[in-house]
Design a protein around this ligand. Structure first.
Ligand SMILES: Cc1ncc(COP(=O)(O)O)c(C=O)c1O
Length: 471
């Protein structure tokens, strides 16, 4: 058989060399094999079909998902409504006092956050302080280990402070500053949001108060230390399960007393309107960068994009840019101990419509409609509800939701670390585990995982509870 080089195939097919190498690597060029750092390609091999055609988002082609009359080209203009609803989900169910406070935030969001001064300042912060854009990393060793599917990571763990949370915290804190507030109040689960809020407070010279469940304070000690070093006051919450849900209750109560001078920094796309909208908009930088980076690297779109989903801020931030693309989107919830509705945090899988923390969504509930305690090893996913936009995207079938157990996430944590030298947050390891599971059943294609954070905060807990992985 006669073989030609990548350069020759690129000329023949009218593609660039990088694209041809990527196609070979994905196993989509029949008979091609690796030689040194490049490939040899049978002269007779035909040009692989390009899965990706649509790159102009304003073209006149009909929307790919005209589900329930939703045209995804207009999605952001339609959802949420001005009252904060995504279909039946969302809204604002709070006391008169808090409604007044959140209305001030909404007005600020509509005016201040849309001003060119605000946008320019946030852009500068993202580049100079946060270190954006974060890279899109091709996991060559993990992909080879798994077979034929190419796995990519959007490295939000490299975002300054080690997680995606800083994307919305810098936006929220900047708005607080413009509104003349002097203090930030927030809840935190894994501490990633707490560290990001404390960092934003230090950056802008604001006072800071973080509410955190006693269980999480113990589990996520490195993040608690960071918050204190940054000058935040950490309030230990000892009610209920002493985790994220109770931390939100406690932080809301503190804010209700101080809303005239303080700003509530919501930690995810949850809570009353306008937080799910505002946090989504601050986080959509993740998907925008990823989409462009993937196109630049491969010339096409990925087959699957997945992200772990607690409240849902990293996943919404990732998905938004792909809603009108032929890409499968998967939110990965924490199944907890097993796929058993009793000890889980998988709200979409096991929940029902209900109201939690001032918004309507899908919520874990017992037979009497009381909110049920969530359970998962991952403090950042330990929440019995999910952002209203996720409930909506699930209801219209645009986003799929999968569940990953503690055990699967821990396995993925150690596998990614060993093969790629990247230590993921245990939350992010849930999305990695889903990608691994999926890749094992696919013959070709690509999966992008949002690596929402880094795992330093989880090391003590994992070493103590899973010593078998260190042998
Ligand atoms: C690293 C990391 N990833 C993901 C999450 C889950 O949050 P969300 O679903 O809002 O992205 C958290 C929450 O603390 C986190 O710390």
């Amino acid at each position: 058989m006669i073989y030609i080089s990548v350069k020759e195939a690129a000329n023949k097919w009218g593609l660039n060399e990088r694209r041809v190498r990527a196609l070979c690597q994905e196993g989509r060029v029949d008979g091609a094999f690796k030689q040194g750092k490049s490939y040899l390609i049978p002269e007779m091999a035909s040009k692989p079909m390009d899965k990706r055609v649509k790159t102009n988002r304003d073209n006149a082609a009909p929307s790919l998902y005209n589900n329930d009359n939703i045209d995804f080209r207009l999605y952001k203009k339609t959802y949420p409504t001005k009252d904060g609803f995504f279909g039946p989900y969302g809204g604002s169910f709070v006391s008169k006092e808090l409604a007044k406070a959140f209305n001030e935030v909404y007005t600020g969001y509509l005016t201040i956050c849309k001003s060119s001064r605000f946008i320019e300042e946030l852009r500068r912060i993202r580049t100079d302080f946060q270190g954006r854009p974060t890279p899109l990393y091709h996991c060559e060793r993990l992909s080879t280990y798994l077979g034929k599917v190419q796995i990519y990571l959007k490295r939000e763990d490299i975002n300054y402070t080690g997680s995606h949370k800083l994307n919305h915290c810098m936006g929220e804190a900047l708005l607080a500053k413009y509104l003349g507030k002097t203090k930030l109040i927030a809840e935190t689960g894994a501490g990633s949001h707490g560290v990001a809020v404390a960092t934003a407070a230090a950056y802008f010279g604001l006072e800071c108060e973080i509410h955190m469940g006693a269980v999480d304070i113990k589990k996520q000690a490195p993040n608690v230390a960071k918050m204190k070093i940054l000058g935040a006051k950490v309030i230990e919450v000892n009610e209920g399960t002493k985790t994220l849900k109770e931390a939100v209750d406690s932080a809301f109560a503190a804010y209700a007393k101080e809303y005239k001078t303080a700003f509530y920094c919501m930690g995810s796309v949850v809570g009353p309107h306008p937080f799910p909208l505002m946090i989504r908009d601050f986080q959509e930088i993740i998907g925008k960068e990823t989409r462009q980076q993937f196109l630049d690297k491969t010339g096409e779109l990925p087959d699957i994009v997945c992200a772990c989903t607690g409240g849902g801020s990293n996943s919404i931030g990732m998905f938004e840019a792909f809603l009108d693309d032929p890409v499968k989107l998967v939110g990965v919830e924490a199944a907890g101990e097993s796929l058993n509705a009793d000890k889980t945090a998988a709200s979409i899988a096991f929940g029902k419509e209900g109201t939690i923390h001032g918004f309507k969504s899908i919520v874990l509930q017992d037979n009497n409609g009381n909110i049920k305690d969530a359970y998962t090893i991952a403090s950042g996913l330990d929440y019995p509800g999910v952002g209203p936009e996720h409930a909506f995207l699930h209801s219209i079938g645009r986003v799929d939701y999968a569940s990953i157990t503690d055990k699967e996430a821990v396995e993925a944590f150690f596998l990614l670390t060993k093969l790629e030298g990247i230590i993921p947050a245990i939350e992010s390891a849930h999305a990695v585990a889903y990608a691994i599971k999926c890749a094992r059943t696919m013959h070709s294609g690509s999966i992008v995982v949002c690596l929402s954070g880094r795992g330093d905060k989880d090391l003590d807990y994992l070493i103590e509870n899973y010593p078998e992985y260190l042998k």
